[in-house]
Design a protein around this ligand. Structure first.
Ligand code: FDA
Length: 507
Protein backbone atom coordinates (compact mmCIF):
# COMPACT_ATOMS: atom_id res chain seq x y z
CA UNK A 1 0.00 0.00 0.00
CA UNK A 2 1.27 3.53 -0.71
CA UNK A 3 2.25 5.49 2.40
CA UNK A 4 -0.01 8.33 3.54
CA UNK A 5 2.66 10.83 2.56
CA UNK A 6 2.91 9.49 -0.96
CA UNK A 7 -0.87 9.32 -1.46
CA UNK A 8 -1.11 12.93 -0.33
CA UNK A 9 1.77 13.94 -2.63
CA UNK A 10 0.24 12.06 -5.55
CA UNK A 11 -3.13 13.64 -4.86
CA UNK A 12 -1.61 17.13 -4.83
CA UNK A 13 0.34 16.36 -8.01
CA UNK A 14 -2.87 15.14 -9.68
CA UNK A 15 -4.73 18.32 -8.65
CA UNK A 16 -1.93 20.59 -9.84
CA UNK A 17 -2.04 18.97 -13.30
CA UNK A 18 -5.77 19.68 -13.67
CA UNK A 19 -6.65 22.76 -11.64
CA UNK A 20 -5.05 26.24 -11.88
CA UNK A 21 -2.50 26.76 -9.07
CA UNK A 22 -4.20 29.94 -7.81
CA UNK A 23 -7.24 27.85 -6.82
CA UNK A 24 -5.20 25.41 -4.68
CA UNK A 25 -3.99 26.10 -1.14
CA UNK A 26 -1.75 23.70 0.76
CA UNK A 27 -0.90 24.15 4.42
CA UNK A 28 2.31 25.92 3.39
CA UNK A 29 0.51 28.46 1.13
CA UNK A 30 0.45 31.96 2.59
CA UNK A 31 -3.33 32.29 2.07
CA UNK A 32 -4.19 28.88 3.56
CA UNK A 33 -5.49 30.01 6.97
CA UNK A 34 -7.49 32.96 5.64
CA UNK A 35 -9.16 30.79 2.98
CA UNK A 36 -9.82 28.05 5.55
CA UNK A 37 -11.40 30.37 8.10
CA UNK A 38 -13.24 32.56 5.56
CA UNK A 39 -16.53 30.78 6.17
CA UNK A 40 -15.91 29.10 9.54
CA UNK A 41 -18.81 30.22 11.73
CA UNK A 42 -17.89 28.71 15.08
CA UNK A 43 -14.79 29.57 17.12
CA UNK A 44 -14.84 26.00 18.54
CA UNK A 45 -13.31 24.82 15.27
CA UNK A 46 -10.76 27.55 14.70
CA UNK A 47 -8.24 26.40 17.31
CA UNK A 48 -4.83 24.76 16.99
CA UNK A 49 -6.42 21.46 18.08
CA UNK A 50 -8.70 21.45 15.00
CA UNK A 51 -7.75 18.71 12.49
CA UNK A 52 -7.21 20.74 9.34
CA UNK A 53 -7.22 19.73 5.69
CA UNK A 54 -4.00 19.02 3.80
CA UNK A 55 -5.24 21.33 1.09
CA UNK A 56 -8.18 23.44 -0.04
CA UNK A 57 -9.53 23.41 -3.59
CA UNK A 58 -11.48 26.61 -4.30
CA UNK A 59 -13.30 25.32 -7.38
CA UNK A 60 -14.44 28.01 -9.82
CA UNK A 61 -15.78 25.60 -12.43
CA UNK A 62 -17.72 22.35 -12.21
CA UNK A 63 -14.83 20.65 -14.04
CA UNK A 64 -12.63 21.42 -11.00
CA UNK A 65 -15.12 19.59 -8.78
CA UNK A 66 -14.98 16.58 -11.09
CA UNK A 67 -11.16 16.68 -11.16
CA UNK A 68 -10.94 16.93 -7.36
CA UNK A 69 -13.22 13.89 -6.94
CA UNK A 70 -11.30 11.86 -9.52
CA UNK A 71 -7.88 12.76 -8.04
CA UNK A 72 -9.16 12.06 -4.53
CA UNK A 73 -10.51 8.65 -5.43
CA UNK A 74 -7.47 7.66 -7.43
CA UNK A 75 -5.09 8.51 -4.61
CA UNK A 76 -7.21 7.63 -1.59
CA UNK A 77 -7.72 11.16 -0.23
CA UNK A 78 -11.24 12.08 0.87
CA UNK A 79 -12.90 15.45 0.28
CA UNK A 80 -14.95 17.48 2.74
CA UNK A 81 -17.38 19.59 0.72
CA UNK A 82 -18.01 23.13 1.93
CA UNK A 83 -20.65 25.54 0.65
CA UNK A 84 -21.36 28.11 3.38
CA UNK A 85 -19.38 26.56 6.25
CA UNK A 86 -22.25 26.75 8.79
CA UNK A 87 -22.17 23.09 9.80
CA UNK A 88 -22.74 23.08 13.58
CA UNK A 89 -19.96 20.52 14.09
CA UNK A 90 -17.66 22.00 11.43
CA UNK A 91 -17.65 18.78 9.41
CA UNK A 92 -17.29 20.63 6.10
CA UNK A 93 -13.74 21.70 6.94
CA UNK A 94 -12.44 19.60 9.85
CA UNK A 95 -12.22 15.96 10.81
CA UNK A 96 -12.90 14.76 14.34
CA UNK A 97 -10.05 12.21 14.11
CA UNK A 98 -6.59 12.61 12.58
CA UNK A 99 -6.96 12.05 8.83
CA UNK A 100 -5.49 13.33 5.56
CA UNK A 101 -8.29 15.05 3.66
CA UNK A 102 -8.94 18.05 1.41
CA UNK A 103 -11.64 20.72 1.57
CA UNK A 104 -13.53 21.26 -1.66
CA UNK A 105 -14.76 24.82 -1.20
CA UNK A 106 -17.64 25.91 -3.44
CA UNK A 107 -17.82 29.59 -2.46
CA UNK A 108 -16.71 30.65 -5.96
CA UNK A 109 -19.54 28.63 -7.54
CA UNK A 110 -22.41 30.89 -6.57
CA UNK A 111 -24.38 32.07 -9.59
CA UNK A 112 -28.14 32.57 -9.21
CA UNK A 113 -30.27 32.62 -12.38
CA UNK A 114 -33.92 33.50 -11.74
CA UNK A 115 -36.57 32.66 -14.35
CA UNK A 116 -39.69 34.58 -13.28
CA UNK A 117 -41.80 33.09 -16.09
CA UNK A 118 -43.69 32.61 -18.31
CA UNK A 119 -44.93 29.41 -16.74
CA UNK A 120 -43.72 28.17 -13.36
CA UNK A 121 -41.20 30.55 -11.83
CA UNK A 122 -37.90 28.89 -10.98
CA UNK A 123 -34.23 29.60 -10.26
CA UNK A 124 -31.02 27.68 -10.81
CA UNK A 125 -28.69 28.39 -7.91
CA UNK A 126 -25.17 27.13 -7.37
CA UNK A 127 -24.42 25.46 -4.04
CA UNK A 128 -21.82 28.05 -3.02
CA UNK A 129 -24.38 30.87 -3.03
CA UNK A 130 -25.74 31.95 0.32
CA UNK A 131 -29.43 32.16 1.18
CA UNK A 132 -29.00 35.96 1.26
CA UNK A 133 -27.65 35.96 -2.30
CA UNK A 134 -30.55 33.78 -3.40
CA UNK A 135 -33.17 36.01 -1.71
CA UNK A 136 -31.59 39.16 -3.14
CA UNK A 137 -31.62 37.80 -6.70
CA UNK A 138 -35.26 36.70 -6.37
CA UNK A 139 -36.25 40.08 -4.89
CA UNK A 140 -34.51 41.94 -7.74
CA UNK A 141 -36.32 39.79 -10.33
CA UNK A 142 -39.86 40.12 -8.96
CA UNK A 143 -41.67 41.66 -5.96
CA UNK A 144 -44.07 38.73 -5.79
CA UNK A 145 -41.73 35.73 -5.91
CA UNK A 146 -40.09 34.04 -2.92
CA UNK A 147 -38.29 30.91 -1.75
CA UNK A 148 -39.10 29.23 1.58
CA UNK A 149 -35.62 29.29 3.11
CA UNK A 150 -34.09 29.88 6.53
CA UNK A 151 -33.55 33.05 8.48
CA UNK A 152 -29.76 33.47 8.31
CA UNK A 153 -28.45 35.10 5.10
CA UNK A 154 -24.93 33.63 5.27
CA UNK A 155 -26.05 29.97 5.37
CA UNK A 156 -24.88 28.16 2.22
CA UNK A 157 -27.49 26.89 -0.23
CA UNK A 158 -25.53 23.60 -0.60
CA UNK A 159 -25.66 22.54 3.05
CA UNK A 160 -29.09 24.07 3.71
CA UNK A 161 -30.87 22.10 0.97
CA UNK A 162 -28.81 18.95 1.62
CA UNK A 163 -30.29 18.93 5.13
CA UNK A 164 -33.88 19.67 4.09
CA UNK A 165 -33.97 23.28 5.19
CA UNK A 166 -36.67 24.64 7.48
CA UNK A 167 -37.83 28.25 7.72
CA UNK A 168 -40.51 30.84 8.25
CA UNK A 169 -42.60 29.91 5.19
CA UNK A 170 -42.59 26.11 5.39
CA UNK A 171 -46.11 26.15 6.83
CA UNK A 172 -47.22 27.53 3.47
CA UNK A 173 -44.76 26.03 0.96
CA UNK A 174 -42.95 23.12 2.68
CA UNK A 175 -39.24 22.84 3.44
CA UNK A 176 -36.58 24.25 1.13
CA UNK A 177 -35.81 20.80 -0.23
CA UNK A 178 -39.51 20.12 -0.92
CA UNK A 179 -39.18 22.87 -3.54
CA UNK A 180 -36.21 21.46 -5.46
CA UNK A 181 -37.18 20.57 -9.04
CA UNK A 182 -33.81 19.39 -10.39
CA UNK A 183 -30.16 19.30 -9.35
CA UNK A 184 -26.70 18.62 -10.73
CA UNK A 185 -24.42 16.32 -8.78
CA UNK A 186 -20.84 15.12 -9.23
CA UNK A 187 -20.89 11.50 -8.12
CA UNK A 188 -18.10 9.30 -6.72
CA UNK A 189 -16.84 8.58 -10.27
CA UNK A 190 -16.56 12.27 -11.05
CA UNK A 191 -19.52 12.17 -13.44
CA UNK A 192 -21.87 15.16 -13.62
CA UNK A 193 -25.52 14.07 -13.51
CA UNK A 194 -28.82 15.92 -13.56
CA UNK A 195 -32.13 14.57 -12.20
CA UNK A 196 -32.76 12.39 -15.24
CA UNK A 197 -29.18 11.08 -15.14
CA UNK A 198 -29.05 10.36 -11.39
CA UNK A 199 -32.51 8.76 -11.18
CA UNK A 200 -35.34 9.36 -8.73
CA UNK A 201 -33.84 7.48 -5.74
CA UNK A 202 -30.68 9.57 -5.63
CA UNK A 203 -32.67 12.73 -6.40
CA UNK A 204 -34.88 11.89 -3.40
CA UNK A 205 -31.88 11.28 -1.12
CA UNK A 206 -30.02 14.53 -1.84
CA UNK A 207 -33.09 16.62 -0.94
CA UNK A 208 -32.58 16.40 2.80
CA UNK A 209 -30.57 13.22 3.46
CA UNK A 210 -27.72 15.30 4.90
CA UNK A 211 -24.63 16.80 3.26
CA UNK A 212 -21.55 14.92 2.09
CA UNK A 213 -23.07 11.43 1.79
CA UNK A 214 -23.97 11.05 -1.89
CA UNK A 215 -21.69 13.30 -3.92
CA UNK A 216 -21.14 17.00 -4.52
CA UNK A 217 -24.33 18.80 -5.50
CA UNK A 218 -23.12 21.73 -7.59
CA UNK A 219 -26.45 23.39 -8.41
CA UNK A 220 -30.16 23.20 -7.71
CA UNK A 221 -33.26 24.16 -9.68
CA UNK A 222 -35.78 25.64 -7.26
CA UNK A 223 -39.49 26.20 -7.58
CA UNK A 224 -40.25 29.80 -6.64
CA UNK A 225 -43.48 30.59 -4.82
CA UNK A 226 -45.88 33.42 -5.44
CA UNK A 227 -46.39 35.72 -2.45
CA UNK A 228 -48.42 38.92 -2.04
CA UNK A 229 -46.71 42.20 -2.95
CA UNK A 230 -47.09 43.16 0.72
CA UNK A 231 -46.38 40.87 3.65
CA UNK A 232 -46.49 41.79 7.33
CA UNK A 233 -43.88 41.38 10.03
CA UNK A 234 -44.61 41.82 13.74
CA UNK A 235 -42.70 41.23 16.93
CA UNK A 236 -43.71 40.88 20.58
CA UNK A 237 -41.00 40.93 23.23
CA UNK A 238 -42.13 39.76 26.68
CA UNK A 239 -40.39 39.37 30.01
CA UNK A 240 -40.81 35.82 31.28
CA UNK A 241 -43.60 35.54 33.83
CA UNK A 242 -46.76 33.52 34.38
CA UNK A 243 -48.51 35.27 31.51
CA UNK A 244 -45.66 34.49 29.11
CA UNK A 245 -45.74 30.83 30.13
CA UNK A 246 -49.48 30.80 29.35
CA UNK A 247 -48.89 32.52 25.98
CA UNK A 248 -46.22 29.94 25.11
CA UNK A 249 -48.61 27.16 26.05
CA UNK A 250 -51.26 28.64 23.74
CA UNK A 251 -48.65 29.16 20.98
CA UNK A 252 -47.72 25.46 21.10
CA UNK A 253 -51.18 24.30 20.15
CA UNK A 254 -51.82 27.19 17.77
CA UNK A 255 -48.99 25.87 15.56
CA UNK A 256 -51.19 22.95 14.44
CA UNK A 257 -54.72 24.36 14.70
CA UNK A 258 -56.31 26.43 13.22
CA UNK A 259 -55.00 25.84 9.69
CA UNK A 260 -53.55 29.23 8.75
CA UNK A 261 -50.47 28.40 6.65
CA UNK A 262 -49.98 32.06 5.66
CA UNK A 263 -49.13 32.82 9.29
CA UNK A 264 -45.94 31.79 11.08
CA UNK A 265 -45.05 32.81 14.61
CA UNK A 266 -41.62 31.70 15.74
CA UNK A 267 -40.67 31.98 19.41
CA UNK A 268 -37.18 32.67 20.76
CA UNK A 269 -36.71 32.17 24.48
CA UNK A 270 -33.51 33.37 26.16
CA UNK A 271 -32.81 34.42 29.74
CA UNK A 272 -35.91 36.22 30.96
CA UNK A 273 -37.07 37.32 27.48
CA UNK A 274 -39.40 35.62 25.03
CA UNK A 275 -39.68 37.10 21.55
CA UNK A 276 -42.49 36.09 19.20
CA UNK A 277 -41.53 36.84 15.57
CA UNK A 278 -44.45 36.87 13.16
CA UNK A 279 -44.40 36.66 9.37
CA UNK A 280 -47.81 36.89 7.69
CA UNK A 281 -48.25 36.56 3.93
CA UNK A 282 -50.87 39.27 3.74
CA UNK A 283 -51.79 42.73 5.02
CA UNK A 284 -51.63 44.06 8.56
CA UNK A 285 -55.41 44.38 8.85
CA UNK A 286 -55.90 40.72 7.91
CA UNK A 287 -53.20 39.66 10.36
CA UNK A 288 -54.76 41.61 13.23
CA UNK A 289 -58.16 40.07 12.42
CA UNK A 290 -56.74 36.55 12.57
CA UNK A 291 -54.82 37.22 15.77
CA UNK A 292 -57.93 38.69 17.44
CA UNK A 293 -59.88 35.59 16.48
CA UNK A 294 -57.34 32.85 17.19
CA UNK A 295 -54.52 34.16 19.37
CA UNK A 296 -55.71 37.24 21.32
CA UNK A 297 -53.28 36.34 24.14
CA UNK A 298 -50.40 37.78 22.10
CA UNK A 299 -52.18 41.16 21.95
CA UNK A 300 -51.11 41.99 18.37
CA UNK A 301 -52.36 45.39 17.20
CA UNK A 302 -51.88 47.44 14.01
CA UNK A 303 -49.17 49.34 15.88
CA UNK A 304 -47.06 46.16 16.04
CA UNK A 305 -47.22 45.57 12.25
CA UNK A 306 -44.75 46.52 9.56
CA UNK A 307 -45.83 45.98 5.96
CA UNK A 308 -43.20 45.43 3.25
CA UNK A 309 -42.20 43.21 0.32
CA UNK A 310 -41.09 39.63 1.01
CA UNK A 311 -37.41 40.29 0.24
CA UNK A 312 -37.42 43.34 2.50
CA UNK A 313 -39.05 41.24 5.22
CA UNK A 314 -36.20 38.72 4.97
CA UNK A 315 -33.63 41.52 5.25
CA UNK A 316 -35.53 43.12 8.13
CA UNK A 317 -35.86 39.87 10.10
CA UNK A 318 -32.33 38.63 9.47
CA UNK A 319 -30.27 41.82 9.43
CA UNK A 320 -31.92 44.41 11.60
CA UNK A 321 -35.35 43.81 13.16
CA UNK A 322 -35.60 47.55 13.87
CA UNK A 323 -34.80 49.39 10.61
CA UNK A 324 -37.25 48.62 7.81
CA UNK A 325 -34.99 50.49 5.40
CA UNK A 326 -31.97 48.30 6.10
CA UNK A 327 -30.14 48.05 2.71
CA UNK A 328 -30.98 44.82 0.89
CA UNK A 329 -27.32 44.61 -0.17
CA UNK A 330 -26.57 43.58 3.42
CA UNK A 331 -27.84 40.14 2.42
CA UNK A 332 -24.87 39.82 0.06
CA UNK A 333 -22.36 40.21 2.87
CA UNK A 334 -20.57 36.88 3.43
CA UNK A 335 -18.24 38.12 6.16
CA UNK A 336 -18.21 35.80 9.15
CA UNK A 337 -17.86 36.72 12.79
CA UNK A 338 -15.54 34.29 14.46
CA UNK A 339 -15.74 35.59 18.03
CA UNK A 340 -18.40 33.25 19.36
CA UNK A 341 -18.17 29.62 20.48
CA UNK A 342 -21.45 27.79 19.92
CA UNK A 343 -22.97 24.38 20.68
CA UNK A 344 -26.37 23.40 19.29
CA UNK A 345 -28.80 20.56 19.86
CA UNK A 346 -32.35 19.92 18.68
CA UNK A 347 -35.64 18.25 19.52
CA UNK A 348 -39.15 17.94 18.14
CA UNK A 349 -42.29 18.41 20.26
CA UNK A 350 -45.40 16.36 19.52
CA UNK A 351 -47.30 16.88 22.83
CA UNK A 352 -47.53 20.41 24.20
CA UNK A 353 -45.21 21.16 27.12
CA UNK A 354 -47.92 23.29 28.77
CA UNK A 355 -47.82 26.28 31.10
CA UNK A 356 -46.38 24.43 34.09
CA UNK A 357 -43.75 22.85 31.82
CA UNK A 358 -42.62 26.24 30.55
CA UNK A 359 -42.47 27.59 34.07
CA UNK A 360 -40.20 24.73 35.12
CA UNK A 361 -37.93 25.17 32.06
CA UNK A 362 -37.55 28.82 32.93
CA UNK A 363 -37.10 28.26 36.66
CA UNK A 364 -34.62 25.37 36.42
CA UNK A 365 -32.57 26.42 33.37
CA UNK A 366 -33.17 29.61 31.38
CA UNK A 367 -33.34 31.96 34.38
CA UNK A 368 -30.00 30.58 35.60
CA UNK A 369 -28.11 30.84 32.32
CA UNK A 370 -28.53 33.89 30.09
CA UNK A 371 -26.34 32.38 27.35
CA UNK A 372 -28.80 29.53 26.69
CA UNK A 373 -31.37 30.03 23.97
CA UNK A 374 -34.30 28.01 22.65
CA UNK A 375 -35.57 28.75 19.13
CA UNK A 376 -39.01 27.25 18.55
CA UNK A 377 -39.91 26.76 14.88
CA UNK A 378 -43.62 25.95 14.35
CA UNK A 379 -44.60 23.13 12.00
CA UNK A 380 -48.19 22.30 11.02
CA UNK A 381 -49.73 23.88 7.94
CA UNK A 382 -48.59 22.44 4.63
CA UNK A 383 -45.30 20.99 5.92
CA UNK A 384 -47.13 19.08 8.63
CA UNK A 385 -50.37 17.92 7.10
CA UNK A 386 -50.24 18.07 3.31
CA UNK A 387 -46.77 16.76 2.41
CA UNK A 388 -46.18 13.07 3.27
CA UNK A 389 -43.41 12.09 5.73
CA UNK A 390 -41.57 10.24 2.96
CA UNK A 391 -41.82 12.94 0.26
CA UNK A 392 -38.22 13.88 1.01
CA UNK A 393 -35.89 12.46 3.72
CA UNK A 394 -37.15 15.14 6.20
CA UNK A 395 -39.57 13.04 8.28
CA UNK A 396 -40.66 15.40 11.06
CA UNK A 397 -44.05 16.35 9.66
CA UNK A 398 -47.39 14.82 10.66
CA UNK A 399 -48.11 15.40 14.34
CA UNK A 400 -45.08 17.63 14.97
CA UNK A 401 -45.98 20.83 16.82
CA UNK A 402 -42.57 22.46 16.54
CA UNK A 403 -38.82 22.06 16.38
CA UNK A 404 -36.62 23.21 19.25
CA UNK A 405 -33.11 24.41 18.55
CA UNK A 406 -31.03 24.76 21.72
CA UNK A 407 -28.10 27.16 21.45
CA UNK A 408 -25.34 27.73 24.02
CA UNK A 409 -22.91 30.63 23.48
CA UNK A 410 -19.60 31.44 25.10
CA UNK A 411 -16.73 33.77 24.29
CA UNK A 412 -13.52 32.13 25.53
CA UNK A 413 -12.16 28.62 25.63
CA UNK A 414 -11.61 26.74 28.89
CA UNK A 415 -13.96 27.04 31.91
CA UNK A 416 -16.60 28.93 29.93
CA UNK A 417 -16.86 26.02 27.50
CA UNK A 418 -17.43 23.58 30.33
CA UNK A 419 -20.14 25.77 31.86
CA UNK A 420 -21.88 26.30 28.52
CA UNK A 421 -21.81 22.63 27.62
CA UNK A 422 -23.01 21.75 31.12
CA UNK A 423 -25.86 24.23 30.65
CA UNK A 424 -27.06 22.93 27.30
CA UNK A 425 -26.66 19.28 28.30
CA UNK A 426 -28.57 19.91 31.52
CA UNK A 427 -31.46 21.52 29.62
CA UNK A 428 -31.43 18.77 26.97
CA UNK A 429 -31.58 16.13 29.72
CA UNK A 430 -34.41 17.99 31.47
CA UNK A 431 -36.41 18.12 28.22
CA UNK A 432 -36.29 14.35 27.64
CA UNK A 433 -39.71 13.73 29.22
CA UNK A 434 -41.32 16.57 27.28
CA UNK A 435 -40.23 15.89 23.68
CA UNK A 436 -40.56 13.15 21.07
CA UNK A 437 -39.26 9.70 21.98
CA UNK A 438 -38.49 6.35 20.30
CA UNK A 439 -36.66 7.85 18.59
CA UNK A 440 -35.94 11.18 20.21
CA UNK A 441 -36.03 13.13 16.93
CA UNK A 442 -33.35 15.61 15.88
CA UNK A 443 -32.79 17.84 12.83
CA UNK A 444 -29.83 16.97 10.62
CA UNK A 445 -29.21 20.64 9.74
CA UNK A 446 -28.67 21.24 13.47
CA UNK A 447 -25.93 18.64 13.50
CA UNK A 448 -25.02 17.22 16.89
CA UNK A 449 -22.28 14.61 17.18
CA UNK A 450 -23.39 13.77 20.74
CA UNK A 451 -26.29 11.71 19.35
CA UNK A 452 -23.92 9.24 17.65
CA UNK A 453 -21.11 8.85 15.13
CA UNK A 454 -20.30 6.23 12.54
CA UNK A 455 -18.12 3.27 13.47
CA UNK A 456 -16.02 1.89 10.61
CA UNK A 457 -16.21 -1.91 10.33
CA UNK A 458 -13.52 -4.42 9.29
CA UNK A 459 -14.37 -3.87 5.62
CA UNK A 460 -13.38 -0.20 5.89
CA UNK A 461 -16.98 0.99 5.58
CA UNK A 462 -19.13 2.40 8.44
CA UNK A 463 -21.56 -0.11 9.83
CA UNK A 464 -25.25 0.27 9.13
CA UNK A 465 -25.99 -0.39 12.82
CA UNK A 466 -23.75 2.46 14.04
CA UNK A 467 -25.46 4.78 11.54
CA UNK A 468 -28.93 3.79 12.74
CA UNK A 469 -28.21 5.19 16.21
CA UNK A 470 -28.02 8.80 15.01
CA UNK A 471 -29.63 8.27 11.59
CA UNK A 472 -33.07 7.23 12.82
CA UNK A 473 -33.17 10.34 15.02
CA UNK A 474 -32.59 12.54 11.98
CA UNK A 475 -34.51 10.55 9.38
CA UNK A 476 -36.78 8.10 11.25
CA UNK A 477 -38.36 5.64 8.77
CA UNK A 478 -36.49 7.26 5.87
CA UNK A 479 -33.05 6.20 7.15
CA UNK A 480 -33.15 2.73 5.64
CA UNK A 481 -34.00 4.09 2.19
CA UNK A 482 -31.12 6.58 2.46
CA UNK A 483 -28.67 3.79 3.37
CA UNK A 484 -29.95 1.70 0.46
CA UNK A 485 -29.41 4.57 -1.99
CA UNK A 486 -25.93 5.10 -0.55
CA UNK A 487 -25.16 1.40 -1.07
CA UNK A 488 -26.17 1.77 -4.72
CA UNK A 489 -24.31 4.99 -5.58
CA UNK A 490 -21.24 4.98 -3.32
CA UNK A 491 -20.76 1.45 -1.90
CA UNK A 492 -17.06 2.11 -1.11
CA UNK A 493 -18.09 5.14 0.94
CA UNK A 494 -15.80 7.69 -0.74
CA UNK A 495 -18.04 10.55 0.47
CA UNK A 496 -17.80 10.27 4.21
CA UNK A 497 -17.85 12.17 7.47
CA UNK A 498 -18.62 11.24 11.06
CA UNK A 499 -22.36 11.31 10.38
CA UNK A 500 -22.62 10.45 6.70
CA UNK A 501 -25.15 7.83 5.62
CA UNK A 502 -23.50 4.38 5.77
CA UNK A 503 -24.04 2.13 2.74
CA UNK A 504 -26.60 -0.64 3.26
CA UNK A 505 -25.16 -3.58 1.35
CA UNK A 506 -27.58 -6.52 1.27
CA UNK A 507 -25.75 -9.88 1.60
P1 FDA B 1 -21.44 23.66 5.21
O1 FDA B 1 -20.71 24.15 4.03
O2 FDA B 1 -20.71 23.65 6.52
O3 FDA B 1 -22.02 22.23 4.89
C1 FDA B 1 -22.86 21.51 5.78
C2 FDA B 1 -22.79 20.02 5.45
O4 FDA B 1 -23.23 19.80 4.11
C3 FDA B 1 -21.39 19.45 5.51
O5 FDA B 1 -21.46 18.09 5.88
C4 FDA B 1 -20.90 19.57 4.08
O6 FDA B 1 -19.87 18.66 3.79
C5 FDA B 1 -22.16 19.28 3.30
N1 FDA B 1 -22.23 20.00 2.03
C6 FDA B 1 -22.08 21.34 1.87
N2 FDA B 1 -22.25 21.64 0.58
C7 FDA B 1 -22.51 20.50 -0.08
C8 FDA B 1 -22.76 20.19 -1.44
N3 FDA B 1 -22.78 21.15 -2.35
N4 FDA B 1 -22.96 18.91 -1.79
C9 FDA B 1 -22.93 17.93 -0.86
N5 FDA B 1 -22.71 18.16 0.45
C10 FDA B 1 -22.49 19.44 0.84
N6 FDA B 1 -30.98 25.51 9.01
C11 FDA B 1 -32.27 25.52 8.64
O7 FDA B 1 -32.76 24.54 8.10
N7 FDA B 1 -33.02 26.64 8.88
C12 FDA B 1 -32.51 27.77 9.44
O8 FDA B 1 -33.22 28.76 9.62
C13 FDA B 1 -31.13 27.76 9.81
N8 FDA B 1 -30.54 28.86 10.38
C14 FDA B 1 -29.19 28.83 10.68
C15 FDA B 1 -28.57 29.95 11.23
C16 FDA B 1 -27.22 29.92 11.55
C17 FDA B 1 -26.57 31.16 12.12
C18 FDA B 1 -26.48 28.75 11.36
C19 FDA B 1 -25.01 28.70 11.73
C20 FDA B 1 -27.09 27.62 10.82
C21 FDA B 1 -28.45 27.65 10.49
N9 FDA B 1 -29.08 26.54 9.95
C22 FDA B 1 -30.39 26.60 9.58
C23 FDA B 1 -28.35 25.29 9.78
C24 FDA B 1 -27.80 25.20 8.39
O9 FDA B 1 -28.85 25.04 7.46
C25 FDA B 1 -26.87 23.98 8.28
O10 FDA B 1 -25.80 24.14 9.14
C26 FDA B 1 -26.40 23.80 6.85
O11 FDA B 1 -25.81 22.53 6.72
C27 FDA B 1 -25.40 24.87 6.49
O12 FDA B 1 -25.10 24.84 5.13
P2 FDA B 1 -23.70 25.44 4.67
O13 FDA B 1 -23.59 25.19 3.22
O14 FDA B 1 -23.55 26.81 5.17
O15 FDA B 1 -22.73 24.55 5.52
Amino acid sequence: LPSLASSEENFLQCLSEKIPGELLYTQSSSGFMSVLTASVQNARFATNATVRPACIVTASDVAHVQDAVRCGRRHGVRLRVRSGGHDYEGLSYRSVRAEVFAVLDLARLRAVRVRPGPGEASAWVDSGATLGELYYAIGMASPTLAFPGGACPTVGVGGYLSGGGIGLMMRKFGTGADNVLDAKIVNANGDLLDRAGMGEDLFWAIRGGGGESFGVVVSWKLKLSVVPRTVTVAKADMAFDETTAAVLAKWETFALRPFIPDLTIRAVVQGNRTVFQTLFLGSCSRLVGKMDAFFPELGTTAGDCREMSWVRAMAFITLSSSDINVPLEGMLNRTNNLGTYVKNKSDYVRCAVGKAGWESIYREHLSRNGALMMILEPHGGVVGSVIPDSFTPYPHRSGVLYNIQYVAFWWADGGAAEAANGGINGLYGFMEQKVSSNPREAFVNYRDLDIGQNVVGDNGVPTYESGRIWGEKYFMGNFHRLATVKGQVDPDDYFRNEQSIPPFLPV
